[in-house]
Design a protein around this ligand. Structure first.
Ligand code: 5AD
Ligand code: SF4
Length: 441
């Protein structure tokens, strides 16, 4: 019997894939180790979206080789390997197995092949694993709230983004598979679901069998709505260009879809959005934001924004700050532009923003956003929030869940209420978390 430890980086898609890999390994007789230093196998599921994420991964490999068990196997998979290819072995000699994005689920087979001294590299797709089986076996982080993959890959080619190179083109999963997975999990006690895809709004553009556009994202939402036993439904990530009027209609009339949306703006300047190949203008973005705010009172937005994209001037930067002030995102993930090999923007040589300037724009924006987030959170003090307590907080002593506005809500103690839906009176708040007490049932 061998044990393994899986270290995960990156987006929710990676989180879900890591849950599936763990489940498949356990089904093959592996056990989860307590940490990376007491493990026979360490698997790193990587993210290539920014250089900082990549650097962290390689620092970790050195640390594990130094302090880990002698003879341990290190397997690296996911977006970084898919993009770097074979050169990864030269750069980082401590690695034994390299898998790409499309064959992670075959990890157990590769581990049993390893052991001989030869290194393994496979960036192909490998034999297709049965999606339903992966979903059945996944070792999920919560027993009540689950991620559901609805599509793979991305066709957008935003000028800064590595994802289409790391994960390939868009393919939607058949609706029946998605609906069956949700039903299977409801039977196990799950109540909250988050649909995952790099661009969920273009669900149905292409299915694996080649069929197209007969069944779209709003159709999928409509079918999910009919399933009994769902408390709340979310989805990430939405693309401002593809968020359709039909989808907004379904959101407004739904009894289960959360009143919040992660809608990455990336910039507040039309010029920069064009250079990023985003396919919308700020007035189109705001039109959708305003419509959601009007149709669904109290609707909350979160976003992603990149600072210092090539060509971003002071004036473009001010446009972005204006957007932040105007929408008042409840939370914003703010990044410094990081040049990624192969992407369209990596070829740009004019108008580059130097690192110091990028950092100063980013830090100033972070301060502004902190203030907005705190003001928005404090606005919820005194309100009653309806929450599924899906996990324990980081201390492991209090119950935690997310409300319809995607705020984390924590109630002290009450561990016996884990898995239940309760009304909570919010008593205090910090920027991203609300604290309160249970109202009597
Ligand atoms: N540099 C900085 N941020 C990036 N993102 C994607 N690519 C880059 C890059 N090259 C950000 C985008 C995206 C989020 C997941 O990461 O804002 O929405
Ligand atoms: Fe990172 Fe993008 Fe890959 Fe997710 S899809 S792991 S964010 S590079």
């Amino acid at each position: 019997m061998k044990n393994f430890f899986l270290i995960n980086y990156g987006c929710q898609m990676n989180v879900l894939e890591a849950e599936k890999m763990k489940g498949l390994l356990i089904a093959e007789g592996y056990e989860e180790a307590p940490d990376e230093f007491n493990s026979d196998v360490v698997i790193m599921n990587t993210c290539a979206v920014r250089e900082t994420a990549e650097r962290k991964i390689f620092g970790k490999i050195g640390q594990i080789r130094k302090h880990g068990r002698p003879g341990l196997l290190i397997a690296v998979c996911g977006c970084v390997t898919q993009v770097s290819g074979e050169s990864i072995f030269e750069k980082y000699p401590g690695i034994d197995i390299v898998l790409g994005s499309g064959n992670k689920m075959n990890i157990a087979a590769y581990l049993s092949k390893a052991g001989s001294s030869a290194r393994i590299l496979d960036l192909g797709n490998g034999p297709e694993r049965d999606s339903a089986e992966c979903a059945q076996l996944a070792k999920r982080g919560s027993e009540y709230s689950a991620f559901i993959e609805i599509m793979k890959g991305c066709d957008n080619f935003c000028a800064y983004c590595i994802v289409p190179y790391a994960r390939g083109g868009e393919v939607s999963l058949p609706p029946v598979l998605v609906l069956d997975e949700i039903k299977m999990l409801i039977d196990r006690g799950y109540k909250e679901f988050t649909l995952l895809g790099q661009n969920v709004n273009s669900y149905g553009k292409k299915f694996a069998d080649g069929s197209e556009r007969r069944f779209r994202f709003h159709d999928l939402l409509g079918e999910i709505e009919k399933i009994k036993g769902i408390f709340r439904l979310r989805f990430i990530t939405s693309h401002p260009r593809d968020l359709s009027s039909e989808t907004i209609d379904v959101m407004a009339s739904s009894g289960i879809i959360a009143h919040s949306l992660h809608l990455p703006a990336q910039s507040g300047s039309d010029r920069i959005l064009k250079a990023m190949n985003r396919g919308y203008t700020i007035s189109e973005y705001l039109e959708k934001v305003e419509r959601l705010k009007k149709d669904i009172p109290g609707f909350a937005f979160t976003t992603d924004i990149i600072f210092g994209f090539p060509g971003e001037t002071e004036s473009d930067y001010r446009d972005t700050l204006n957007l932040m002030e105007r929408v008042r995102f409840k939370n914003a993930f703010l990044f410094r532009y990081s040049e990624r090999r192969k992407t369209a923007a990596s070829g740009i040589s004019e108008g580059l923003v130097d690192n110091e300037e990028k950092l100063s724009r980013l830090q100033n924006a972070i301060e502004i956003q902190k203030k907005i987030s705190l003001e928005e959170s404090i606005g919820y003090v005194g309100a009653t929030k309806n929450v599924l307590f899906s996990s324990l907080d980081r201390k492991g002593r209090n119950i935690s869940g997310r409300d319809t506005h995607d705020m984390i809500v924590i109630v002290e103690n009450n561990m016996d209420k884990l898995g239940t839906v309760r009304d909570v009176l919010i008593e205090r708040a910090n920027s991203f978390t609300l604290y309160g007490r249970l109202k009597s049932a």
